[in-house]
Write a protein that binds this ligand. Structure first.
Ligand code: ARG
Length: 585
């Protein structure tokens, strides 16, 4: 976290225990923020709630990490006012909270804050733009768009939760010579009935047909250029037809967004910048950054080990980069963003490096606030996904399949369940979303229905099922217990959760706000999905080892409070990644 962020954080919202701990650890030459970054979670929960590795300090203090750890632990224990207890172990300082206080504090906080637990308030209302999903008009929404859509959607919700003004932009791919081809093809062979019936699929066919025919008859390309020019000049025929294609595409894609609970604040895409590029090009010219190269206008990036950034072609046509460049100026001027994120596949790494560098060369200090959030490829178990015609795996089909498979599983597991269809939708869609968010985003991933729908795996159904179990426990509790859930736990009651299963669970729940913070620092929603899996696993262990409803009288309340906290945190965590929490399944 940078200083700016900390300065904006309204203190009453800063509820992260990790930050409080970092502030209480005093080490010469390193501030609380630096310590916060270094604090880690021990492998084994029994070692402590947090640990601080001291190896880095060895050079600075000219002492062994062991000695340093010992000194830090001693001074912490003298001065921390009972916050936690420190112990030096082989170059680490382990910090342990008092178990009784931690249990009470954590469980009561979750009870009081409910779904707001983890709303860390670090955003202070600052605007973060998230450019995600950003689909292409007249192209099918295939499984390759899954990651940008759900990673962007998760970041969007999590930024909002942390007090930022998240602003989602679908930077539509709605400009390019291909649309001249499409219009030309429609003019020649277009069939209205087919268009209305088969929408984007039909447009894809037309496009493919155009390519095949143009191979035989290259003059078709002139026709396409003519229509593209008309489109650029805003002439009625081409524009109206294009707008129709656009609407057809958006209508289909919005069905998917509804299923995935995804929304945008703007659909300004490439075409929106048609009339906004010249001022930026002028500024580049004035700053002497635009070079002529074989008739084209480029920004030379040789000094930075990159190929030149091509902005205007010899024929005067602008490019993807020209539009991204004018878009970012428009965004800065209109929204004055604190950060602007681009959730786009790693294949475009170079594009973003180049265009960010151009902004920097223009002397804009906010170039540092532009962030490319890359991710890996999704392929199907049955073979790599191809975007070539015929081989496209449409996301709608994947979602539908997943829902129908989920329905079969649910029918078998719980024949008596009411509302099976709704639950199957929540589980089937959730499984696909969770899958795309459960690995480090940069990894290439392989999709399989069996894997994502495995109720015992590290999947959405597993987390949902565990959460439904917690809901069911709460439903079955006597009213007297439920009415008394807000009451603190007494020393005697605490014995009901004074065991290692509870320790781990409490520690995981307590860390939820820090996880929210870490997701945003690393732009990595998988940190949250992994945490939800950890909580679900820990709760299942707890559930098998300790009775709740039939426990001895004094132990019912503390354990019920655990179930309540798990239910609250899992429900909120799933919501943040875009997944529903069925109460029964
Ligand atoms: N439409 C582009 C594609 O499908 C992604 C656009 C990403 N956003 C951006 N501002 N470049 O590859």
């Amino acid at each position: 976290m940078d200083n700016q962020k900390t300065a904006h954080a309204p203190m009453e919202f800063v509820i992260e225990k990790k930050r409080e701990l970092a502030g209480a650890i005093k080490i010469e030459g390193i501030d609380a923020n630096g310590i916060y970054q270094l604090l880690a979670v021990p492998q084994d929960n029994a070692m402590g709630d947090y640990c601080l590795p001291c190896f880095k300090f060895a050079g600075q203090f000219k002492k062994s990490p062991m000695e340093i750890a010992k000194e830090i632990a001693e001074s912490f224990n003298k001065n921390n006012g009972g916050l936690a207890c420190a112990e030096a172990v082989s170059g680490y300082v382990n910090f342990k909270y008092d178990k009784f206080s931690l249990a009470n504090e954590t469980l009561n906080k979750v009870f009081k804050e409910g779904g707001d637990f983890g709303s860390i308030g670090i955003g202070g209302g600052r605007t973060v733009i998230i450019d995600y999903s950003s689909i292409n008009i007249a192209k099918p929404f295939h499984i390759g768009h899954l990651s940008t859509t759900v990673i962007g959607g998760a970041l969007y919700r999590i930024y909002k939760k942390a007090g930022f003004n998240a602003f989602g932009i679908n930077h539509l791919g709605d400009w390019g010579t291909q649309f001249g081809k499409l219009i030309s093809a429609f003019k020649m062979w277009g069939d209205r009935v087919a268009l209305e019936k088969r929408g984007v699929d039909y447009l894809t066919e037309l496009y493919v047909k155009f390519h095949a025919e143009a191979k035989i008859n290259p003059s078709l390309n002139d026709d396409a250029r003519k229509y593209f020019k008309q489109l650029e000049d805003g002439e009625a025929y081409a524009t109206n037809l294009f707008n129709e294609f656009k609407e057809i595409t958006l209508e289909k894609v919005k069905e998917i967004y509804t299923k995935l609970d995804i929304s945008f604040d703007s659909y300004n895409g490439e075409a929106f910048y048609n009339d906004k590029m010249q001022p930026v090009l002028n500024e580049l010219e004035e700053k002497g950054l635009l070079k002529l190269s074989e008739g084209a206008k480029v920004v030379d990036l040789d000094a930075f080990g990159m190929p030149p950034c091509l902005l205007v072609k010899e024929d005067g046509a602008t490019l993807y980069a020209t539009r991204d460049l004018s878009a970012v100026f428009y965004r800065k001027n209109s929204y004055n963003f604190y950060k602007c994120l681009y959730v786009v596949a790693y294949q475009q790494n170079l594009h973003f490096k180049q265009f960010f560098k151009v902004v920097e060369l223009m002397g804009k200090d906010w170039a540092k606030d532009l962030v490319h959030v890359p991710f890996g490829m999704v392929s199907l178990e049955s073979g790599a996904m191809s975007t070539r015609e015929g081989n496209v795996v449409k996301l709608t089909d994947v979602l539908e399949q997943s829902v129908s498979k989920a329905y079969e599983i649910i029918k078998e597991k719980n024949a008596g369940l009411k509302d099976k269809e709704r639950v199957a939708k929540e589980v089937g869609v959730g499984a696909v979303v969770f899958f795309a968010l459960s690995n480090n985003r940069i990894k290439d991933i392989v999709f399989s229905y069996d894997k994502v729908l495995n109720f015992d795996g590290e999947t959405a159904p597993y987390v949902q099922y565990t959460n439904a179990r917690a809901s069911s426990v709460l439903r079955k509790l006597p009213k007297a217990v439920l009415d008394n859930l807000s009451a603190p736990i007494t020393k005697g009651e605490f014995e009901g959760i004074n065991n290692k299963e509870s320790d781990l669970l409490i520690s995981l729940i307590d860390r939820f706000p820090s996880v929210i913070n870490e997701v945003l620092e690393k732009y990595e929603p998988s940190i949250l999905t992994r945490h939800l899996i950890d909580i679900a696993k820990a709760f299942n262990k707890f559930y098998y080892e300790h009775r709740i409803i039939n426990a001895e009288e004094a132990f019912i309340k503390p354990r019920a409070k655990m179930a309540y906290a798990v239910n609250t945190v899992l429900t909120e965590g799933l919501r943040l990644i875009g997944i529903a929490s069925p109460k029964e399944m």
